[in-house]
Write a protein that binds this ligand. Structure first.
Ligand code: ZN
Length: 113
């Protein structure tokens, strides 16, 4: 018999609560790990690079996005630098030069995740 079926609450409710808790913790864990790896601002303002090499700052909240199509680590998003849609990926700010960081900080897209 499964753990859920033995619970006092209805099995479906119990399983759903467990799943939501698990999903929430995974998200927090992912954000913490990403920050430790040098992706500053993960879960907030993050520097991303489009396929044409343009860099800009966007709000990147793992798992949540209203303005772009999520493809795992990649996102399909509007690039405000080249004014086109492109696959964008987070950039490690520790890998950037001072000028690159400043340029990326100047380019910000709309304030929506
Ligand atoms: Zn671009």
């Amino acid at each position: 018999m499964s753990k859920c079926a033995r619970a006092n609450h209805s099995p479906a409710t119990r399983c759903r609560v467990a799943f939501v808790l698990f999903a929430g913790l995974s998200l927090v864990g992912f954000t913490v790990v990403a920050r430790r790896r040098g992706y500053s601002g993960m879960g907030g303002n993050t520097v991303v690079r489009c396929r044409d090499g343009h860099m800009f700052t966007t709000i990147w909240i793992p798992g949540i996005s209203f303005k772009s199509l999520r493809l795992g680590w990649w996102r399909l998003q509007y690039c405000p630098v080249g004014k086109h849609w492109s696959i964008v990926v987070p950039v490690k700010v520790t890998d950037l030069s001072e000028e690159e960081r400043e340029a990326a900080a100047r380019e910000r897209d709309i304030r929506l995740p």
